[in-house]
Design a binder for this molecule. Structure first.
Ligand SMILES: [Zn+2]
Length: 245
């Protein structure tokens, strides 16, 4: 072993890593292509994890023989090391516990699809005017760009609700990965429906918090002066706009 030996622990770069934290409603609108993309990321993890495990194994073998030389083969020190490894105390073991298998994710999504009637998520009511049609059209563009399929993952009547739910899920995954904070500094993708906080030292980072009585995403500005509800709208090219209301 040299000073340059490094244990690389790879984490799949995909929002479904946090599937266990996602609501049934959010899981129900996950597309098959989202799960496929997770599976591809997971395959990279498996390959890297195999290397990491074999490195740990060879480090363990050399540590074991060194400890046997120093303390003796039947010493407590030797037994302690063997027990720690057998109990799954290596970093590679604890790392793998946080990485769900694609099969578990698929089961969760299938289970959520059975339990949640996506067609009943807040749907657009009866008469739809031209603005309504445009909004549906833009949401469709967003959903199709995100790899979701019409009449499989969503319908024309719930397209806006599913698009908002999908975007909300992505934002929350980012928020969870980022310790409940969110940077909103891309002003092309952000609008303030009401007024924006005018405090001088208030910047573009926001705290996210949940309110117990609704599943809306609540946002607090960095100085703490203003609180907003987060909503989403969609543009003609399918680009999602974050709205702070
Ligand atoms: Zn502020």
């Amino acid at each position: 072993m040299t000073d340059t030996t490094k244990l690389e622990l790879y984490t799949p770069n995909h929002f479904l890593l946090n599937a266990s934290e996602m609501s049934m409603e959010a899981l129900a609108v996950i597309s098959d292509s989202d799960v496929d993309a997770y599976e591809e990321e997971h395959a990279i993890y498996l390959a890297k994890q195999k290397d990491a495990v074999s490195l740990v194994h060879s480090l363990y073998k050399s540590a074991e023989s060194n400890i046997s030389l120093i303390f003796g083969e039947y010493s407590n020190e030797h037994k302690y090391l063997a027990r720690a490894i057998n109990k799954g105390g290596a970093l590679t073991d604890s790392h793998s516990k946080g990485i769900p298998s694609p099969r578990i994710i698929r089961d969760k999504v299938n289970n959520a699809r059975k339990k949640v009637d996506v067609s009943k998520l807040h749907t657009v009511t009866s008469s739809v005017n031209d603005n309504g049609l445009l909004a549906i059209n833009n949401a469709l563009e967003y959903l199709i760009n995100s790899g979701l399929k019409l009449n499989q993952d969503f319908t024309l009547t719930n397209a806006i609700a599913v698009a908002k739910s999908h975007k909300g899920t992505n934002v929350m995954a980012q928020v969870l990965a980022d310790n409940w904070s969110l940077e909103l500094n891309d002003h092309r993708n952000l609008t303030f429906v009401g007024s924006k906080c005018v405090e001088e030292d208030c910047d573009d980072s926001y705290d996210i918090y949940s309110s117990s009585d609704s599943d809306a995403i609540r946002v607090k500005c960095s100085c703490g002066e203003k609180r907003y509800n987060m909503d989403f709208s969609f543009q003609e090219n399918g680009k999602a706009i974050t709205e702070l209301i």
